[in-house]
Design a protein around this ligand. Sequence first.
Ligand SMILES: Nc1ncnc2c1ncn2[C@@H]1O[C@H](COP(=O)(O)OP(=O)(O)OP(=O)(O)O)[C@@H](O)[C@H]1O
Ligand SMILES: [Mg+2]
Length: 303
Amino acid sequence: MQNFGKVAVLAGGFSSEREVSLASGAAIVAALRSKGIDAHTFDPKETPLGELKAQGFQTAFNILHGTYGEDGAVQGALELLGIPYTGSGVTASAIGMDKYRSKLIWQALGLPVPEFAVLHDDSDFAEIERKLGLPMFVKPAAEGSSVGVVKVKEAGRLQTVYQELKHLQGEIIAERFVGGGEYSCPVLCGHALPSIRIIPATEFYDYEAKYNRNDTVYQCPSDLSEADEQLMRELAVRGAQAVGAQGCSRVDFLKDTDGKLYLLEINTLPGMTDHSLVPKSAAQVGMDFADLCIEILKTAHVG
Ligand SMILES: Nc1ncnc2c1ncn2[C@@H]1O[C@H](COP(=O)(O)OP(=O)(O)OP(=O)(O)O)[C@@H](O)[C@H]1O
Ligand SMILES: [Mg+2]
C-alpha cells in the first residue's frame, strides 16, 4: 500500500455539525488503524491547523462538516501548508456549500433541477407563488442540516416566510415541491455507488429526522427501476463533475410523482459514521467501511 505517513483525521471543528464530525472521525481513525495506518484525530478547534507540520502529519483525511470544514476554507489552509488532503478542493467545496450556485451550474449544463426563484425584498411574491405552485419549499442557499427549510402551504405566506429567513446565510430560494420520493447517490472517484432511498417519518427530511429520530427508513438498494438507477448514477456523476467535486461526494435527488428525477443538492463531505449513507451504499458493492476509508485516503491531493 501507498505510504501515507502519519495521517491526521480532521474532525470536530467549528460548525454546528461538530458532534457528527467527531463521530465520523472516531470511526475513520479506528478503520484506518485496522489497516495499519498511523491515524490520529486532529480537531482544529482544539489545536491550530498550523500545528499539523510540527506534529509530523503528512496527510489529512478531512471529515469536518459545514463552515470552515466543507466550504473551501480548511482546504485553502491545507493548500498553503502543502499537506495533501482528501476530497474536494477549494472551488468545488465552496460551490457545493452554496445551493443556489450549484443549481445555476447544473442548469447551465442541462441537468434537471426543480424550478426555483431567488427571493428579494421587492420580489413579486404572489407571482412566484402562482408560478411555482403550492406547497413549495423555501430555504437559505448556504445553511445546512435543514436549518431554515420551510414548506409553505398557504397562499399569501411566502413573503412572511422570506422575511423570517432572510437573515440566514446565502440567497433565499423558493423551489417547486417535488413529491415522489427522496434519494441520495454517492460518487467515489468519479464513479457512482448504488442509490439510497430516504423515507423520513416526519413530513420532510428536517433537522429532527436527521439527528434526533431514528425512524427514518433508508433503503439500499433503493426501489428505483434498473433504468432509473442507471440514470440517477449518471446524473450523480455528472452533477459531481460539474461542480468539480473530488474524492467522495453525495448527490441528493428528488423524484416527482410522474417519475422524473431532479438533482437537489451536493454534499462534498458526506458523513462517515458506520451508519451513514455512503458506507451503506459502499457495502452493497462489497466495500466494507475500512476499505472505503482507504479508497478515500488514496484521493489525498494538494494543488
Ligand atoms: N423542492 C423540494 N420538494 C420536496 N421536498 C423538498 C424540497 N426541497 C427540500 N425538500 C425537503 O427538505 C429537506 C431539506 O432540504 P435541503 O436538502 O434542500 O436542505 P438541507 O438538508 O438543509 O441541506 P444539507 O443537506 O446541506 O444539510 C430535503 O431533504 C427534503 O426532504
Ligand atoms: Mg439536504
